[in-house]
Design a protein around this ligand. Structure first.
Ligand SMILES: [Zn+2]
Length: 500
């Protein structure tokens, strides 16, 4: 679907988006209510016990570390930590959940009423999107169904289904936002920033492909100026930030077109098909009362003392907003640079390492390379900075080579492309390709004089006032030196000779 179509639709219509983000607390090592290990994969049904298999009579014992990590997540997102909270049973039947209920939280979640601010746009167009966080609650994950004999991962056409309970009982936090999000891009940036926050806290590996971070979205549309909410659809199965963005863009346009055609939006769960780039209806959406929540009778309610909450608060590391402020102050970075770097945990670490090598006075130059060539490379290859051949030391070295006048900025781009490809150090590439920039005034002076002698007409016209000819002379010197002359030195020399 064309991006323009979304922009067109959003002129008259407004999208209302809320996100539900499930994160497995992989840092706990053990499951939520038993001692089975939390790990991805493994032989099916090898990490199970009577508790996580839901055998009759087995009693749940809450995982203290998981509760602390949930409180930490709440504090990191400016939530209030409830003085009194408890677990509820959420009843529903599904084969990957043998108890026929999931231990979750209902009206007394651990964390409520937080927010995350998302920086949007650049320069004069920049603004902050305030996204409220309704709640963060803790629950147990379900097992996993594997449908075999049919199309991969889909029930349709499968001849039989298998169930693996290794994941059952993994501690899972669900964060629910207020319906404050208005565009797919805000949703994408919010999810990215949240992931960076979780990674900074170290509560989860946040691997979207393995499902430890799962983002679902509630989407509705209304005409601009209206205040009532439209009927929402829930979109699932988006396992990358790009998928989240694209699925929302598709769904917004679909709903608007449905209404404009005289139809109506149905409350339902829709599945994002990344291959076909469309959402399709999966099932009608359950209401909260369908689940018949009631307090979990096998566990007492929780009461958190202020002392306990403060004790957890002391464990908070430097979060993205604080990091952004520090980058702006300590490295004198413009707001945009500081935001982009601080909101990506890997980029932030890479930046600080490169600056440590290049010198703090070259921070902006390092940032330019990272937000420019390096980001373009990562986007093009669809990889994270840690997977690239480019290291912080290489960026520091390339900045030094340009600053020291060894190579021109134009040559530096060639060196960058080469080092990204081969993994060789910039200095070695410059050496090997004989790329060194000529800054030697004596050597360049001879060339400049020769060129001026060979072009007497141009020299005369320049002296009569055709100053634009400077570009012609610089070009001649560059041609003569195969692009290796230091442009600054050439400009200075030419100016002196022509004016003199
Ligand atoms: Zn277990």
């Amino acid at each position: 679907m064309a991006k323009d179509r979304l922009a067109e639709v959003l002129e008259e219509w407004e999208a209302v988006i809320g996100l539900e983000i499930h994160t497995e607390l992989t840092a706990t090592n053990t499951k939520m209510f038993c001692g089975c290990p939390v790990e991805f994969g493994g032989e099916p049904n090898t990490r199970v016990c009577p508790v996580c298999l839901g055998l009759p009579g087995a009693l749940p014992v809450p995982n203290e570390v998981a509760i602390e990590l949930t409180v930490l997540a709440g504090l990191a997102t400016e939530c209030e930590i409830a003085p009194r909270s408890q677990f509820h049973r959420k009843q529903y039947f599904y084969p990957d959940m043998p108890k026929d209920y999931q231990i979750s939280q209902y009206d007394l979640p651990f964390c409520q009423g937080g927010h995350i601010d998302v920086e949007m746009g650049e320069g004069d167009d920049s603004y902050t999107a305030h996204v409220g966080i309704t709640r963060i609650h803790l629950e147990e994950d379900t097992g996993k169904m594997v449908h075999v004999g049919g199309a991969e991962g889909r029930l349709a056409g499968a001849t039989h289904s298998l169930v693996d309970f290794n994941r059952a009982g993994t501690p899972l936090i669900e964060l629910v936002t207020e319906p404050d999000i208005r565009t797919p891009e805000v949703a994408r940036r919010f999810a990215r920033k949240l992931r960076t926050t979780w990674l900074t806290l170290g509560i989860s590996d946040c691997n979207m492909e393995e499902g430890s971070l799962r983002v679902d979205a509630n989407v509705s549309v209304r005409r601009r100026g209206e205040t009532e909410l439209g009927t929402k659809a829930e979109v699932k199965n988006m396992n990358s930030f790009k998928a989240l963005h694209d699925a929302l863009a598709f769904e917004i346009v679909r709903q608007v077109e449905e209404i404009e055609r005289g139809g109506r939006v149905v409350q339902e769960t829709r599945h994002w098909d990344a291959g076909a780039k469309r959402t399709s209806a999966l099932r009608s959406k359950e209401e909260a009362h369908d689940y018949r929540y009631f307090p979990e009778p096998d566990m007492a309610p929780f009461e958190f003392s202020q002392e306990y909450v403060e004790c957890v608060r002391e464990k908070l590391p430097e979060l993205p907003d604080a990091k952004k402020a520090r980058f702006a102050t300590d490295y004198a970075l413009p707001s945009h640079d500081a935001t982009v770097l601080a909101n990506d945990i890997e980029m932030a670490a890479f930046f600080e390492e490169a600056v440590a090598a290049a010198g703090v006075e070259r921070s902006k130059l390092v940032s330019n390379w990272m937000l420019g060539e390096l980001s373009a490379l990562l986007n093009a290859e669809g990889i994270a900075v840690g997977e690239s051949r480019v290291t912080p030391a290489m960026i520091a070295e390339i900045v030094e080579l340009v600053e020291g006048g060894t190579i021109s900025s134009k040559q530096a781009k060639e060196v960058f492309a080469e080092m990204a490809e081969s993994g060789d150090a910039p200095g070695a590439i410059v050496e090997l390709q004989g790329m060194k920039q000529v800054s030697d005034t004596g050597e360049l002076e001879t060339i400049v004089e020769r060129i001026l002698e060979a072009n007497p007409d141009e020299v005369a016209r320049y002296r009569e006032g055709k100053k634009g000819l400077m570009g012609f002379f610089v070009g001649q010197v560059m041609k003569e030196t195969r692009g290796q002359a230091n442009p600054q030195v050439v400009n200075d020399l030419l100016a002196r000779k022509l004016e003199g």
